[in-house]
Structure formats: structure tokens, C-alpha cells
Design a protein around this ligand. Sequence first.
Ligand code: CMP
Length: 139
Amino acid sequence: AIERTFSMIKPDATKRNLTGAIVARFEAAGLRVVASKRLWLSLRQAQAFYAVHAARPFYGELTEFMSSGPIVAQVLEGEGAILKNREVMGATNPANAAEGTIRKDFALSIGENSVHGSDAPETAAEEIAFFFSGLEIVG
Ligand code: CMP
């Protein structure tokens, strides 16, 4: 089925001017950018987005990093978009990421791992709604 997923390019990647290279990987895999904006999240906004991880030991590090520079928030659309996006990203920890994936090629560490993508249909809907209104998504 045609799905939509939420994708975010993290500060380590925007800092290294990798936005276009990352988007090209998603497009080459058949995903379409149907919404996009570049933002610098406040610490409070990063904390709200990652609230599900609030009890984790890395929450402080994660939210400080995610508010340390610009991010690019996007909605990607396509056949099986949620799984396809995750395949193109590779494993969370670049040490475990497969050859040819974004994280294998670009990520610096498990925290500075260049991209975030929704893990399931419910989280995709929540994360898209966190960043975008219906009017900002143009399929
Ligand atoms: P992401 O897909 O954005 O979802 C939560 C993020 O937490 C994850 O990618 C990682 O970048 C980050 N993360 C997970 N484990 C750790 C860890 N042990 N230390 C720092 N960051 C982590």
C-alpha cells in the first residue's frame, strides 16, 4: 500500500552539508518528498518529540544533540514507505548498519546517526502531525 512516513535529517548531517545526498537516497529508492522544512528545534521541542524516550539514559544527550543545529523534517510517500525508509537508513547504530545504507555511509555514532525515521504506522502518523499540518503536505 502507498504509505507516508516521517523522516528527519539530524544536525550532524545538516552541519556536513549532506541534506541533498540523503534525500537523493530516499528518492532513488522510490520515495517522494511530499513535505519538507528546515528548522532549529529548541531543547523543549526536542524533548517533546522524543518524549517516548524520556526514561532512557540517553534522553538528555539525545535531546541536546537534536537541538544543537538545524534539522530537516520531511514526509516521504511511497509503496511501503515506512519499511523502505528504514531499509535505506540502515540500523540505528552505524556499526551494525548494512553496506550502502545512509547510516553506514554517513553516521558518526549511535547518537549522531544522521537520520530518524518512523518505526510503525502509528508513530508515523504522530510524528507527521507533530511537524506538519495537512496544508503543508502536498502529494
Ligand atoms: P532515532 O531513530 O532518532 O530514535 C531515538 C534515537 O536515540 C536513536 O535514533 C539514536 O540516535 C538515539 N540513541 C539510541 N541509543 C542511544 C545511545 N545509547 N546513546 C545515544 N543515543 C542513542
